[in-house]
Write a protein that binds this ligand. Structure first.
Ligand code: HEC
Ligand code: HEC
Length: 354
């Protein structure tokens, strides 16, 4: 065993996996089997776009790990950001690269209503659903549609989609088998995990400091950081990242503190109520999960890095000029050798090999 006692302890913190299934109290159809099947069908139904040309699956292609393989998403025009894969979202607190929403269902409203994506408004979405074959399943869940305000229908469609997306969970990988073997003290089994991945893991939790942000079982702390990715946009201007996310959250009637949350206790609303703008939010993006990441290239909020090797080189030669505030104290050029970089990549691949 090349890992020290301290490194084993650090490794144990990245599990167990998979996490316990927890239903979303703000979504009354979370975990409901009718909602999950309706959500799955709607996800790929062209009816979700106003002109019936695209669906969620056009960008979040189930055959491509729920993303599109493009640097930046193609809607009615090229969007500013990379399409996020939809794995393991039930464990997140904030949604979108800049955390515009504090629930999965609220995040689903954005593509439905964005003119550059599916382009509906509340009335057109309601009309499409009323005229569709899905009406009976919808009414079985939410009751008679006739008197329902269009905003209610729109939120309910988002909740049905969320019930489906919540079920997208990645399974155990060879890393998890290694971690479980360490947890139970089975060193013989642990020794089956490739040595190169073990060396990469040592860099990840050690001098690479990756685990500072990519922490815990999902390899993300769920919060917003700078990773020295330029936030200038091609068409001029900047992507303010979390700074804009906070503005959107503050303006939204669809947060966990609002009337559309089904959780009467509003227990989950503490986070949104405590959000305060800080200068460091500017240009910060949500730390991505690294589970399944090996299959969802290209990388970063703007899709600017082609493959995992490029991401590792990005961190290895990090541009300190681009960093400010919190990132600066954590990230620095790593001085990895070619062998180190390969080991780190081998380790990252073991988070995706199920
Ligand atoms: C035109 C391409 C496109 C379409 C169509 C689209 N999305 Fe997305 N999706 C994106 C992009 C780009 C992001 C990143 C958004 C951001 O942070 O700005 C994203 C992010 C998300 C997220 C947040 C994931 C996370 O990790 O927080 C969810 C959930 C989501 N989309 C669900 C959906 C659903 C449901 C639909 C259909 C109603 C849909 N999307 C349609 C491109 C698309
Ligand atoms: C300061 C916090 C922080 C540290 C430390 C950190 N990361 Fe990241 N990582 C991020 C953030 C934030 C992003 C997204 C940045 C963006 O899109 O602008 C990211 C993106 C990534 C991605 C791309 C994932 C995707 O789906 O696009 C990979 C892979 C990654 N990091 C691996 C690593 C490795 C390996 C290390 C250690 C060498 C590391 N990170 C250190 C915060 C961090």
């Amino acid at each position: 065993m090349i890992l020290s006692k301290a490194e084993i302890d650090q490794t144990l913190r990245h599990g167990p996996w998979p996490p316990e299934v927890v239903l979303d109290p703000s979504n009354r159809v979370s975990g409901d089997t009718t909602a999950i099947s309706l959500g799955e069908v709607l996800f790929s139904d062209l009816m979700l776009s106003r002109d019936r040309t695209i669906s969620c699956a056009s960008c979040h292609d189930p055959e491509q790990n729920f993303t599109d393989g493009l640097p930046r998403a193609e809607g009615r025009k090229t969007l500013d950001r990379n399409t996020q894969a939809l794995w393991n979202l039930a464990v997140q607190r904030w949604y979108g690269w800049s955390g515009d929403s504090d629930s999965l269902w609220a995040q689903n409203l954005t593509p439905l209503l964005n003119p550059d994506e599916l382009g509906h408004d509340e009335n057109s979405l309601r009309a499409a659903l009323v005229a569709s074959v899905h009406r009976p399943a919808y009414e079985a869940l939410f009751g008679e549609m006739d008197a329902e305000p269009a905003v209610e229908t729109t939120v309910n469609v988002s909740k049905v989609l969320a019930a489906y997306i919540e079920t997208l969970r990645s399974g155990k990988t060879s890393f998890d088998q290694f971690r479980d073997a360490l947890a139970s003290g089975d060193m013989k089994k642990a020794a089956q995990y490739p040595l190169s991945a073990q060396r990469g893991l040592q860099i990840f939790v050690g001098r690479g400091n990756c685990a500072f942000c990519h922490s815990g079982p999902a390899f993300t702390n769920g919060e917003f950081h700078h990773a020295a990715v330029p936030f200038f946009l091609e068409r001029g201007g900047v992507d303010p990242g979390r700074a804009e996310g906070i503005d959107r959250l503050m303006e939204s009637p669809f947060t966990l503190a609002g009337e559309f949350s089904d959780d009467g206790s509003k227990a989950g609303a503490w986070a949104v109520r405590n959000v305060r703008f800080q200068h460091g939010n500017f240009g910060a993006f949500r730390v991505p999960t690294l589970r399944r990441a090996a299959r969802t290239a290209p990388y970063m909020h703007d899709g600017s890095l082609r493959d995992l090797a490029s991401v590792i080189q990005h961190y290895n030669q990090i541009d300190m000029e681009r960093l400010h505030s919190d990132g600066e104290a954590i990230l620095r050029p790593l001085g990895l050798s070619d062998q180190d970089a390969e080991d780190l990549e081998d380790f990252l691949r073991t988070l995706s090999d199920d």
